[in-house]
Every structure is written in C-alpha cells, then in structure tokens.
Design a protein around this ligand. Structure first.
Ligand code: AMP
Ligand code: ZN
Length: 515
C-alpha cells in the first residue's frame, strides 16, 4: 500500500500518515485504525454553506482513510452549550442569545438546528460518523476533567475558572502566535493573568439564571467551549488519537486552547492528536454567508433555487481543501453540468451492461454459454470483477490513488474519474466497478443519480414540471402539423414562466427553469 501524505498544521508540512493503532498485520480482527475528531457546529442557527465545506472536507478525509484500508472511527461533536459570541471569553452565549431572541427554550433551539444540520449532512452525502457527541451529555465528564487540571493549570476569577496558558510549553505553537499576539486577538476579561488565558468554566453571574447551568466546584455555570472538544475527543477516541480537523479559523484560538488542555492533562509534549488538519474558507463577496443576511446562503437555499446539493459537494471537491474557494452561482451551475455529464455517461454504461447481461442470459438459457455468476448491477465493486483489469482502467485507478494520497487532491482525482468514465471499448462490469471504487471516495452517487434528478427545479417556479412536459408535447404536435404560430405561442408562454426550451441540447436538458 503506498503512503498517504497529509498536511499537518502543527508542522506546516506534508507528513506520511502512520496510525496510532496499527493493528496486527494479517489479522482481520485487528485492522489498522484511523481515529478522527471533527469540531462540529454550534447549533444556535443554520449552518451556512461555508460551514458545510468543513464537513465535506472531513468526510473526504474519512472516505480516503477507509479507501486506504483503515477502520475509521470518526467523531463529530454538536456544541449545544457554551460557545460565546466571540472566540474568547467575553460576549454572550450564542445559544442563550438566540433562545432569548426567538423566545424559545434553549433545548428547542438546539434540537431544531441540530436537525437542520443533519439534513444538510444527508443532502451532501456526508457519511454518518461513528459518534455524534452532544456536548450537554458530557458535562459531568467536563467538570471531572477541569478538576483534574485545575490545581496546576487554572485560577479562579469572579467570572469563572481560567486556564493559565503560561503553564504549558509553547502555548499557541499551532497558530504560530507569540504570547503578545493575544493582546489584540482576544478581548480582555478583568483579572486574567495573560491575554490568551481562557475560561474552562463560566460561572453564572450573581443574581442571574441561565437556561443551561450545572453545579460545579466553582459554582453554578457552564463549561467553556474549548473544554468540550478536549473532553469528548479523549472520551471517545482516547489520547493520542490520529487526526483532529476543523476550519482554518480554529487553527488560531480554539485548537491551540484544546492543545493546551491536552498538554495539561497528559504532559507538555502531547498535543492530543498526531495531525491537526484545517480546511480553508469558502468565501462569498456579497455577504450572503452572514447568518443575518436576508437570503442567507445555506444548503436549503441552493435546493430552493433548484440545484441538486451534490453539485455543491462537487464544487467543494473541485478545489483543494487548503485553498480558498469562492462561491458563485455560475460556479455552482458549472459544477452541476459537470456532474450531469458524469451521471449521463455512467447511465449509458449501465444500460450497455444491462444489454450485455440480457444477451448473456439468453445465451445461457439456450445452453450456448455456461451460467457464470455476473456482477449485480447495484453492487459494483472492482474486487467482484473477474479477470485482468484493462490497462486503461488500471492507469486511471493508479492516477486516482496518487492524487488522493497526495494530501487529498480531489481536484486531480476528479479528472482521473472523468478519464476513466471516458474510456472506450472496455469491459462494462470492470468499468462500472472502477467508477464505483472512485466514487466511494468522492461521494457523488454517480451510480444512483439520474439525469432528471439533476434538473434545475427552483421552488419559486410558477409552473410545474408536469405542465412543462405537457406544453412541450403540444408544441411538438403543433410543429409536426407545421402550425408554427401555435408552437411559437407555446414557447413564448413557457419563456414568460421562466422556462428556457433547449431543442437538441446535447446534455439532454430539454428545458431549463431560470434561477
Ligand atoms: P462553527 O459552527 O462556527 O463552529 O463552524 C463550523 C465549522 O465551519 C468550523 O470548522 C469552522 O471552522 C468552519 N467554517 C466557518 N466558516 C467557514 C467558511 N466560510 N468556509 C469554510 N469553513 C468554515
Ligand atoms: Zn472543537
């Protein structure tokens, strides 16, 4: 097995992935493992499509680890308590603030937005992690953890229990920050010893009651956000584990603070994870990704505008995860067309293979060929295919492997997939098997999507698909009867309703609704 290279933010270098738990060679009951922790959303609002880029990235990493033969244990947390309106220790609790604004209980807010996030996870074909760790379920463990490091590493102020960042070696190394950098980047709290110190327990201010608060040795209050991830990653994956992921903003404060806690818990040369990996940002210039903007850019908006969500997944995969990616509707449309080309080509291959199988069955029933098992159409996998793999297929598979092993270079991997799809005169079963193998990594559902699934279907359309199909049929009849006035009138009416008629379109769109 060739090596998997991943960019480690700790060293700012590509490093070969070697698992903490390598298993026993040749023992299927003790496979090599990969344990991955991903910082999940704070469920006080809908995630925007930028947030979802972070989970497409984590999912791709998980899929590549599975492809490389590791038994994957992936944890994503749900922060339903404790995240303040800025990354440090001042400001309001995001959850409490939204609950007050909406006059709802904080538990209802958390439930609603967790479900909305899970809907997006499903829409983007992100695999379910082994554990969704819900922060409020770990509060006793968080208190125990804080107690275990409090004496040596923390001090108490009126507002809470604070972590003293000078008590661990090289605090902030992940961010490449100097201690004084903290001055500008973190808001001051009266009495803190250093600007970068952070709350691991936030006390409920005297005379106030929070909707979510717990008793602790430091009084009633709630855990600090950074503490949550250290506790849940240790509880579910053990320390050290393999890879910790998040968006690039977490490289600056949240992850250095997690590392400081992990050092306090396990010793200074112990960051908690071997690799810290960060996706770069999705950017959008008009400000639509701000959660307060009217037409807020979330997955549901893409769907409402008529786009299949997997077009957005492909858009993410077209860029390297460490590059910024600029969102535009034109870019999304281009990704949709690219996806459609692949889906149509795969459908044609499937149809061709089904034909071959029918012919094979006829020959079997006429006792002309022996009845050998054939590959079931919905269970494509190259492993199931008998015989030597055609050279074109092997080359494409090798190029694909080289790309994903090179720090998840999905942009190149997609081109290997397209080369593979475009091969001519190769055995259809092998062809489909190899496509399935690549798609297991990219998650584009090429085998199950159909051309019509990818039709642009805006929610605001004033005409239904059935009405469009009927009008087009009438237009066809009018044209057959050379009644061009009628056919033009039908076309004009469709245009007025936002339907573009696309006669003879090679991609088979037939018609398209304006977005
Ligand atoms: P949050 O719910 O704010 O903690 O964010 C969830 C995840 O999205 C985190 O990993 C963030 O680093 C990541 N993130 C936030 N904004 C963007 C963006 N514009 N592009 C990509 N990732 C982002
Ligand atoms: Zn986290």
């Amino acid at each position: 097995m060739s090596e998997l290279k991943l960019f480690n933010s700790l060293t700012r270098q590509l490093q070969t992935f070697t698992p903490v738990h390598p298993g026993t060679e040749g023992d299927p009951n003790d496979p090599p493992e990969a344990r991955v922790y991903t910082c999940g959303p704070t469920v006080y609002n809908y995630p925007h499509i930028g947030n979802m880029r972070a989970y497409v990235f984590a999912d791709t990493l998980g899929r590549v680890l599975s492809y490389k033969g590791y038994k994957l244990t992936h944890v994503i947390n749900i922060t339903d308590v404790g995240h303040l309106t800025d990354d440090a220790d001042a400001g309001e609790d995001k959850m409490e603030k939204m609950a007050a604004e909406k006059a709802q209980s904080i538990w209802d807010i958390a439930k609603h937005y967790t479900q909305a996030y899970w809907d997006d996870i499903k829409a983007l074909n992100i695999r379910q992690p082994a554990h969704w760790s819900i922060a409020t379920e770990y509060v006793p463990a968080m208190i125990a953890y804080a107690e275990s490091i409090a004496d040596k590493h923390c001090y108490e102020l009126e507002s809470g229990l604070y972590f003293d960042t000078s008590t661990v070696a090289n605090y902030g190394a992940l961010a490449r920050a100097k201690t004084e950098d903290g001055e500008g980047r973190i808001e001051e709290v009266e009495g803190k010893r250093h600007a970068a110190d952070f709350a691991i327990w936030r006390k409920t201010p005297a005379g106030e009651t929070r909707q979510m608060e717990w008793d602790s040795p430091w009084g009633k209050g709630a855990p600090g956000w950074h503490l949550e991830c250290s506790v849940m990653s240790e509880a579910l994956l053990g320390l050290p584990f393999d890879i910790h992921t998040g968006g690039i903003d977490h490289r600056e404060i949240h992850h250095p603070n997690e590392i400081a806690q992990n050092q306090a818990r396990c010793g200074s040369d112990h960051s908690g994870a071997q690799f810290w990996m960060h996706n770069n940002f999705l950017i959008e210039r008009s400000g639509k990704m701000s959660k307060s903007s009217g037409e807020f850019l979330r997955v549901q908006l893409l769907i409402d505008k008529g786009f299949h969500p997997l077009a957005y997944r492909l858009m993410c995969l077209q860029a390297h995860y460490r590059s910024e990616l600029e969102f535009s509707w034109e870019g999304l449309q281009a990704a949709l067309v690219r996806l459609k080309r692949m889906v149509m080509a795969v459908s044609n291959l499937k149809a061709r293979h089904a034909d071959t199988q029918t012919r094979h069955a006829e020959l079997v029933s006429a006792s002309i060929v022996p009845n050998e098992p054939t590959v079931e159409a919905d269970k494509w996998a190259l492993k199931q295919v008998q015989g030597d793999v055609a050279p074109g297929i092997s080359v494409a598979l090798k190029d694909f492997a080289t790309a994903v092993e090179d720090d998840l270079n999905t942009a190149i991997a997609i081109t290997s997939l397209e080369t593979l799809i475009g091969l001519k005169k190769v055995d259809a079963a092998q062809h489909l098997g190899a496509i399935a193998e690549m798609d297991a990594v990219l998650g584009l559902n090429l085998q199950s999507l159909s051309r019509t699934d990818l039709r642009i279907r805006p929610k605001a359309a004033v005409i239904t698909e059935a009405e469009i199909e009927t009008a087009l049929l009438l237009r066809k009849e009018a044209r057959a009867e050379k009644d061009f006035a009628k056919s033009d009138a039908i076309r004009d009416d469709l245009i007025a309703k936002g339907v573009e008629v696309m006669d003879g379109d090679p991609l088979g769109w037939d018609w398209k609704l304006d977005i």
